[in-house]
Design a protein around this ligand. Structure first.
Ligand SMILES: [Zn+2]
Length: 247
């Protein structure tokens, strides 16, 4: 049985049997995993403060002989993110990020960049940096990492390149934009101004540290949120339970 030691973010915790905890955790190399912490409800010695949701920890774990469950051997707290828990609104944002991560990266789909994104976003909200915009930045990046990046180069219908002058329309079922000659604005195909398109393209390609330095206008925030909502609803089929926290 191979022993793994890695960083992990604790996503969910449930009581399991009489004394155990069932822990869902997200790792850089293996993605989303579930493991049993034996006896963790009786004695937390092996897991001092490490088994709380939203915490960044170092875990030691190995796969059980059969099935997909892991044994958790020990854990050490790296960052408990007190600022994430202290405030209901921050907690809601974090719950949303957890749910979106689980939907985009279910068990078996690992991506180290997604781990770094979630870790980085938690860190920034914990520190109180750009708290209002981190969930937007997070979602734009997470959708792109999950294979749902939006294409802004040209109108999907006539092929005319977008020149960053005037508005474009977002077309959810294409994951692309259309020009105003080919498509009409509606609640299903909202307008995106040049600043909104630029912001979107920027966030999809730059680092989280770069994105956090962006300056936002109310117009861009409103447009991006409406595009993200339609994009998410179309590709992830159902509305996420926690999406109300960011809308
Ligand atoms: Zn067109």
């Amino acid at each position: 049985m191979k022993n793994h030691i890695s960083e992990a973010i604790i996503m969910r915790i449930k009581e399991y049997g009489e004394a155990d905890l069932l822990v869902t955790f997200f790792t850089p190399q293996l993605g989303l995993l579930r493991g049993v912490a034996k006896g963790a409800r009786r004695s937390r010695k092996r897991f001092v403060n490490a088994l709380d949701i939203l915490s960044l920890v170092k875990l030691e774990y190995s796969l059980k002989r059969e099935g997909a469950l892991y044994f958790l051997h020990s854990g050490k707290l790296i960052n408990g993110h007190p600022g994430l828990r202290a405030d209901y609104s921050n907690l809601s944002k974090a719950s949303y990020m957890i749910e979106l991560t689980e939907v985009l990266f279910p068990p078996g789909v690992a991506d180290q960049s997604m781990f770094e994104l979630l870790k980085g976003a938690f860190h920034l909200i914990d520190k109180g940096e750009q708290v209002a915009y981190i969930p937007i930045i997070f979602e734009v990046k997470a959708m792109a990492l999950g294979g749902f990046g939006i294409h802004f180069e040209k109108c999907y219908k006539c092929g005319r390149a977008y020149s960053f002058e005037g508005d474009a329309l977002f077309i959810p079922e294409k994951g692309c934009i259309a020009c105003l000659k080919c498509h009409r604005e509606s609640t299903r195909s909202p307008l995106m101004g040049p600043d909104c398109v630029k912001t979107f393209i920027g966030i999809q390609s730059e680092s989280l540290t770069q994105s956090k330095e962006r300056r936002w206008t109310e117009k861009v925030v409103k447009e991006i949120k409406s595009v993200l909502r339609l994009h998410r609803e179309y590709h992830l089929e159902r509305k996420l339970k926690t999406s109300k926290y960011v809308e």
